[in-house]
Design a protein around this ligand. Structure first.
Ligand code: ADP
Length: 676
């Protein structure tokens, strides 16, 4: 078992735990913030990349469109100016290229000689004349002439009839005739229409596309939504003679905190993680508290077990010792490690077989699992000394209620046994002294009693001798009579001596079943002997069906003699002669108990005397030893009975009562019956 931790160690651990937990929470917060930031950033990057890709593709598409246009217009320039097929070819071209709004043929002096307007649009120069809006076109054509290659003009705004107008750029292609410059073909392109073809329909729904000038002013726009200005990509579309800045602006704004499922998921998981960590922390805290409480309970239990003076021993189902408390180890003198052997070292070698058998019987039987009373046995200390123990065994149950072994309480009763032996010896000695005291008393009584028959014998003998000196006819019958008297008196004296002798001699300790009449008869001669001295009458009151008792005859006779003697002595002084009656009564009110009463008409017992009555050596008589009643009580108690006293039923006197077990007695102590 672990040693209990000191308060400072506990505080240190608590501090370390809270620091670690704070660090964990901090790390989690940082990790989660980073995760959210990265996710938001990823979203932004992704949107930006997407718009860049759209921008690149749109620029490419626009450039491709313009170059295709250039090629087709060049193809147109190869046909003769006067050729009749030119206008239909131009019209055909404009139908396939909706951004082409007008095609002109110009002569070498930049004068428009012919033109075709797109059939899908209102004529471009209906509000303002071509001439007024031709500056940029003229410059492009001059430059094309110089370079001898097609050139685009700068864009310019053409107001139109519906009040709107359009930003237009012209493509001027020099026409050569026989290797010499011979006019131009000019195509006017509507920039918004050009933008329409730069985006796919899907892109056009999410993106705004526009062409802008160097200062940021917008020339033309297309696409579904208005751009938010957050995700913007710009591309330069380089064209011969000019360049156009293309701007693609996503309709989507900055990603909000939960812009989509991914981020929501990340955030949700983060929150979940945080909740789990909080719950985990709470669980860990509770667990730590429970652990602390458990450790405290364990150390308290260990302290309790260690301070027990009773031996505790646990065994598994094979009978091997699995645990023993310090008191048990101290009792047998073996350490816990030494006890882990198949045969316990504290079994005396001569009893090993017997104990093994007993263990098999006890531990194996179902009965043993319910049996809680102790049994006495002998163990051996390490120094070889044998000593008696009382063992209380109970089944050891595990958490599921299954029996996993046996738990025993072991009491070393060697001190108790030697005390009992000592007390038994003392008791025996006391009883012997009391018996001798009684005998002494008897001897004096006997001398008094024997006096009479001996005096009678002596006088009859003298009379007989006198008769023999002068014999006559009457002598023989008188002598016969005298000798008969002598024999009678001698027999009487013999009876007196025998009664004392048999009382002194009887020493058997064994309990026997006896009729109560026999008990009374056994003590009667001695009681009468005492009673006669003070002129006390002795009355015997036995029921018709004489009850039997189970007792040690000698001891109970002594109790009866003591109580009778006390009763006679109590009546000796103050009780009038006619009231001096000693009653010995026997009753059975209970199947298992027989009650004896010794009743006198003496002065009774004063309360101060009553308190000390059963104390050894307490006496109120000068010649008394004060042992009688205390011995009587211990004799009766040894039989399982009770001895007490009350005032007698009449005007004065005392009644001493005691109970003795009837044969086949029960174990309980008998109550003294109300009347007996
Ligand atoms: P002992 O007879 O040697 O004095 P006991 O133990 O027999 O010792 O009696 C103790 C005392 O109890 C007696 O001295 C007496 O005072 C009192 N006692 C005992 N029996 C009676 C009785 N029947 N009536 C009055 N007093 C009694």
């Amino acid at each position: 078992m672990k040693a209990p931790t000191s308060p400072s160690t506990t505080a240190r651990r608590g501090l370390r735990r809270s620091v670690l937990w704070s660090l964990l929470v901090l790390l989690l917060l940082v990790a989660q913030s980073l995760l959210v930031a990265l996710t938001v950033n990823y979203e932004a990057t992704h949107s930006q990349d997407e718009i860049e890709a759209i921008g690149g593709a749109a620029a490419l598409q626009m450039r491709r469109e313009l170059l295709q246009m250039l090629h087709q217009l060049q193809a147109l320039s190869w046909s003769e100016p006067e050729a009749t097929e030119w206008p239909p070819a131009a019209l055909h071209l404009m139908r396939s290229q909706p951004e082409l709004l007008r095609v002109e043929r110009r002569n070498a002096e930049l004068q428009a000689t012919a033109f075709v307007d797109s059939p899908g649009h209102a004529p471009l120069f209906s509000l303002m004349s071509r001439r007024d809006l031709s500056v940029d076109t003229d410059q492009a054509c001059l430059s094309a002439k110089r370079q001898a290659s097609p050139r685009f003009s700068r864009s310019y705004f053409v107001p139109m009839v519906d009040g709107k107008g359009m930003e237009v750029v012209d493509l001027c292609i020099p026409v050569l005739s026989a290797g010499r410059p011979d006019g131009y073909i000019v195509g006017s392109l509507g920039l918004p229409l050009l933008l329409d073809v730069a985006l796919t329909p899907a892109q056009a729904q999410r993106t705004e596309i526009s062409l802008i000038e160097g200062d940021g002013a917008r020339l033309a726009r297309a696409g579904g939504p208005r751009g938010t200005g957050v995700f913007v990509a710009e591309r330069l579309v380089d064209l011969p003679g000019t360049s156009l800045r293309l701007r693609v602006d996503s309709g989507a704004g900055r990603p909000s905190l939960i812009p989509n499922l991914t981020l929501a998921l990340v955030l949700g998981l983060s929150v979940l993680l945080f909740v789990v960590v909080v719950l985990l922390a709470r669980d860990v805290r509770r667990r730590a508290q429970a652990e602390r409480a458990l450790a405290e309970a364990l150390s308290r239990r260990k302290a309790m077990e260690d301070s027990l003076i009773t031996g505790l021993r646990a065994r598994n189902l094979d009978g091997e010792v699995t645990y023993a408390n310090p008191a048990f180890c101290a009792m047998v003198g073996f350490s816990l490690d030494e006890l882990h052997t198949p045969v316990p070292p504290y079994w005396p070698p001569e009893f090993v077989e017997q104990y093994r058998q007993r263990q098999v019987d006890r531990l194996g039987s179902v009965l043993a699992s319910q049996q809680r009373e102790g049994f006495e046995t002998v163990f051996m200390r390490k120094n070889g000394e044998r000593f008696p123990v009382v063992i209380y065994e109970a089944p050891l149950l595990d958490g599921q209620g299954r029996q996993s072994g046996w738990m025993s309480t072991v009491l070393d009763v060697s001190a108790q046994r030697s005390m009992e032996e000592l007390s038994r010896q003392q008791q025996e000695r006391l009883q012997a002294s009391a018996r001798l005291a009684t005998v002494g008393e008897m001897a004096s009584l006997m001398s008094h009693e024997l006096n009479q028959p001996l005096a009678a014998i002596a006088s009859f003998a003298t009379g007989s001798l006198n008769l023999l000196e002068s014999p006559d006819a009457q002598t023989l019958p008188m002598l016969h009579q005298a000798l008969e008297r002598i024999a009678e008196q001698a027999e009487r004296a013999g009876r007196i001596i025998k009664s004392v002798h048999s009382f002194v001699r009887r020493r058997e300790q064994a309990r026997e079943i006896l009729g109560t009449d026999l008990l009374i008869e056994g003590v009667l001669p001695l009681v009468r002997l005492q009673a006669r001295k003070s002129g006390t009458r002795v009355e015997i009151d036995l029921p018709r069906r004489v009850p039997h008792v189970m007792c040690d005859r000698t001891m109970v006779e002594q109790v009866l003699i003591n109580l009778s003697r006390n009763a006679i002595q109590a009546m000796e002084t103050d009780t009038p002669l006619e009231d001096r009656v000693l009653t010995l009564r026997v009753r059975q009110h209970h199947a298992q108990w027989v009650t004896f009463s010794v009743i006198d008409h003496g002065p009774g017992i004063a309360p101060e005397v009553a308190a000390k009555l059963f104390t050894p050596f307490f006496t109120t008589r000068a010649e008394g030893m004060g042992l009688g009643l205390s011995l009587c009580r211990s004799v009766i108690e040894q039989h399982g009975g009770v001895l007490d006293f009350t005032a007698a039923a009449g005007a004065r006197g005392t009644k001493f009562r005691f109970t003795l077990p009837a044969p086949r007695q029960a174990e309980s102590r008998a109550p003294v019956t109300a009347d007996s």
